[in-house]
Design a protein around this ligand. Sequence first.
Ligand code: NDP
Length: 315
Amino acid sequence: RKGTVIITGASSGLGLATAKALAETGKWHVIMACRDFLKAERAAKSAGMSKENYTVMHLDLASFDSVRQFVANFKQSGRPLDVLVCNAAVYQPTAKEPTFTADGIELSVGTNHLGHFLLSRLLLDDMKQSDYPSKRLIIVGSITGNTNTLAGNVPPKANLGDMRGLAGGLNGLNSSTMIDGGAFDGAKAYKDSKICNMLTMQEFHRRYHEETGITFASLYPGCIATTGLFREHIPLFRLLFPPFQKFITKGYVSEEESGKRLAQVVSDPSLTKSGVYWSWNKDSASFENQLSEEASNESKASKVWRISEKLVGLA
Ligand code: NDP
């Protein structure tokens, strides 16, 4: 049978390129889990994906109700779940003031981390029940967790501190909007959310890999300087960033190539190892990358897990 893969944020950028790469093989049915139904349908059409290879389902990660509704709708569809890809993200590098999810949580961490945390916890049982030979849960990470690199060292650096802000619910009322309790910084909030993504992947691995056989993985797909992720950046940045990445840092990767990379993590028989953060070298060969201390700290991972459980209403 065809595999079924859910990809969040498949309406543009990396998610769309991955959906297209997998749909084209004819071996996958892609559930495009998107907040804008029409945009996703149009994106699938213009990418040339054929109808029998995908379904668009509504999911707004910035609302716990929407996440729960999506899970209920998916269960009703009767499809098995073989692979889940947590890809969607918001990035607000120039925001002066925080914005909030439907549940009153700072938007970057609320969407990128907590929405995906609830989604993957609620779908874990479906993955357990699938009889697919290689089941995988993939959470897209970023280089910001890798302080061995130039990009990982650009300030403001990710730092979760003692997580007092997260524990307080990131609501800007009786708690800070930042995980470490500091003043709001949109670029840092994004980086912190990606650290949470990578810690969550490792905590899943420690808790569930042996029992379920599911492969838990994260990756840095390369710098895809052309995606919508940079849409909120100033115009001069958007003009100069792609050539900067192409010629100076040489980290640039096209959307198509990044989609092929993530598609490998979904389906390549040689990438079944669990608990790994995949990266690609300049010849586009995959390798197991090292994470920074912050992004691989076991006690932080378990603390993020426990606080997140409370915030999303699972504990
Ligand atoms: P895009 O902005 O192109 O894609 C992000 C996707 O997330 C869009 O489809 C967007 O939907 C969706 N999304 C945002 N908010 C929500 C929400 N509340 N509910 C559901 N979907 C939502 O960016 P990229 O493709 O670049 O980013 C994809 C992933 O790659 C992210 O996890 C990012 O952190 C990661 N990444 C990107 C890098 C890069 O250089 N671009 C580098 C490293 C990692 P809509 O289309 O409706 O806006």
